[in-house]
Design a protein around this ligand. Structure first.
Ligand SMILES: Nc1nc2c(ncn2[C@@H]2O[C@H](COP(=O)(O)OP(=O)(O)OP(=O)(O)O)[C@@H](O)[C@H]2O)c(=O)[nH]1
Length: 355
C-alpha cells in the first residue's frame, strides 16, 4: 500500500480530534471566562474597586491573547497558567472586599484549575486556594459560614479533581490508541506528516540531515496463505522487536501499511541509513520467524533533500522500494537524489518464503 495516498488524508483524521483535546479545553475555558468577566470589569469599576477592575482587565487580556495564539499559531503560552493564577487572586481579593458576592466566583475558579494545570500542580494550587479562601472567610464571615465555605469549596475541589484525573487517564489511553497500531505497537500513520515536517524544518533551518527507511515484507500474502493469518500476525509482531533492537532512542518506527514499515532516522545520512537497512534485512532473513517461517524484506532509503516537501521525500523512497521489489526483493535500494528519475527495471522473482 502506498503510504503517500493514505497520509494525504490526514487533515480529516479523527486522531487529530483526540490530540487536540487539551487545546479545545483551553480555548473554551478562556473564551467563556472572557465573556463572563468583561461585565464584571465594569461592575467593579463602578463600585470603585480599581485594583480588582485592573486585575480583571489583565485576566481578559490574557484570555484574548491565549485565544488569538490558539487560533492563529495553534499553540498557547505559559501552559495556560496565567488564567488560574489570576482567577484565584481575583476570587480571594474579591471575597475580601465584596464578601459573598466575591465568594461565588471561587467555585468556577477552583474547577478551571484542574482543567488547565497538570493534576499535581492543580491539586497543590487548589490546596493553597482553599487555605487562602478559608483565611479570608474566617476574617470576613461568621464562624458557621467559615466552616460551610471551607468544606463546600474543599468538596468541590475533590469532586473536580477526581473527574479531571479520570478524564486525564482516558485522554492518555485515547492518545495511545489513536497514535499506535494495536497489533505491533508501532506508531501508526496519524502523525507521520507531522514527524516528517519537523525533520524538514530542521533541514531547512539548521542544515540537519534525516533519512527514512521504507521496508516491506516479501510475499507476505504467501506466508498468510501457507501458515495462516495468525502466524502472519506473529511475524508482524516479531518484526518491530528485531528492528527496534538496532534503533536509537530518537528513531521512530511506523507501521504505514499491512506489511509495510517506515523508520525515521534523525541525524542520519543516506549512506549510514543504507548500512542500517542492510543490517536490518540480514537480521530478518538470518533467523526464521516463529521458529520455521523464513522471511525476507525489501527496503529503500531516502535522505531528505533541500526544499523538499514530505510527500515528495516519501515518494522518492516509495519509488526506490518498487525498484527493490522489481529487482528480485530481499535487497535495499537507495532513492534517487531529489529531481532525478529512478531507472526502470525488468522484474525478476526472488526466493519465495520458506525456500
Ligand atoms: N496476518 C496479517 N496479514 C496482513 C495484515 N495486514 C495485511 N496483511 C496481508 O498482507 C498481504 C500483503 O500482500 P501483498 O500486498 O500482495 O504483498 P506481498 O504478498 O507481501 O508481496 P510483495 O510485497 O510484492 O512482496 C495481504 O495478503 C494482506 O492480507 C495483518 O495485520 N495481519
Amino acid at each position: 500500500m502506498n503510504p503517500l495516498a493514505v497520509a494525504e488524508k490526514l487533515d480529516t483524521n479523527p486522531t487529530l480530534t483526540v490530540l487536540g483535546f487539551k487545546h479545545q479545553i483551553v480555548y473554551h475555558l478562556h473564551f467563556w471566562a472572557f465573556v463572563a468577566v468583561v461585565p464584571l470589569v465594569l461592575v467593579q469599576w463602578r463600585q470603585n474597586h480599581p485594583l480588582l477592575a485592573s486585575l480583571l482587565v489583565l485576566f481578559c487580556l490574557n484570555a484574548v491573547a491565549v485565544i488569538a495564539f490558539l487560533k492563529f499559531r495553534g499553540h498557547y503560552f505559559l501552559k495556560g497558567r496565567l488564567f488560574p493564577i489570576l482567577a484565584v487572586i481575583c476570587a480571594i481579593y474579591s471575597t475580601a472586599i465584596n464578601g459573598h458576592a466575591g465568594l461565588y466566583w471561587a467555585y468556577p475558579a477552583a474547577a478551571a484549575l484542574f482543567f488547565l494545570l497538570p493534576l499535581r500542580e492543580a491539586t497543590a494550587f487548589n490546596i493553597l486556594f482553599v487555605v487562602g479562601m478559608s483565611v479570608v472567610s474566617f476574617v470576613k464571615f461568621p464562624e458557621a459560614d467559615f466552616w460551610r465555605i471551607t468544606f463546600s469549596l474543599g468538596l468541590t475541589c475533590l469532586f473536580v479533581m477526581i473527574f479531571a484525573w479520570l478524564v486525564g487517564r482516558l485522554q492518555t489511553e485515547l492518545t495511545r490508541l489513536a497514535t499506535t497500531d494495536p497489533l505491533t505497537g508501532c506508531l501508526n500513520r496519524s502523525q507521520l506528516a507531522d514527524v516528517l515536517n519537523v525533520q524538514i524544518q530542521m533541514r531547512e533551518r539548521y542544515e540537519r540531515v534525516c533519512s527514512i527507511i521504507l521496508m516491506d515484507l516479501d510475499y507476505f500474502k504467501l506466508i498468510n496463505d501457507r501458515w495462516g493469518h495468525l502466524a502472519g500476525d506473529l511475524v508482524l509482531q516479531e518484526l518491530p522487536r528485531r528492528i527496534l533492537r538496532r534503533l536509537r532512542e530518537s528513531d521512530q518506527l511506523f507501521r504505514v501499511g499491512g506489511e509495510e514499515f517506515m523508520i525515521v532516522l534523525p541525524e542520519t545520512r543516506q549512506k549510514d541509513a543504507d548500512q542500517l537497512a542492510h543490517e536490518l534485512l540480514t537480521s530478518i532473513s538470518a533467523t526464521p520467524f516463529c521458529e520455521d517461517i523464513k522471511v525476507t524484506a525489501s527496503a529503500s532509503v531516502a535522505e531528505v533533500g533541500k526544499g523538499e516537501t514530505w510527500s515528495v521525500w516519501l515518494n522518492r523512497a516509495d519509488q526506490a522500494l518498487y525498484l527493490a521489489k522489481d529487482r528480485g526483493r530481499n535487497q535495499v535500494v537507495s532513492a534517487a537524489r531529489p529531481g532525478e528519475e529512478m531507472p526502470a527495471e525488468t522484474a525478476t522473482e526472488g526466493p519465495l518464503p520458506g525456500q
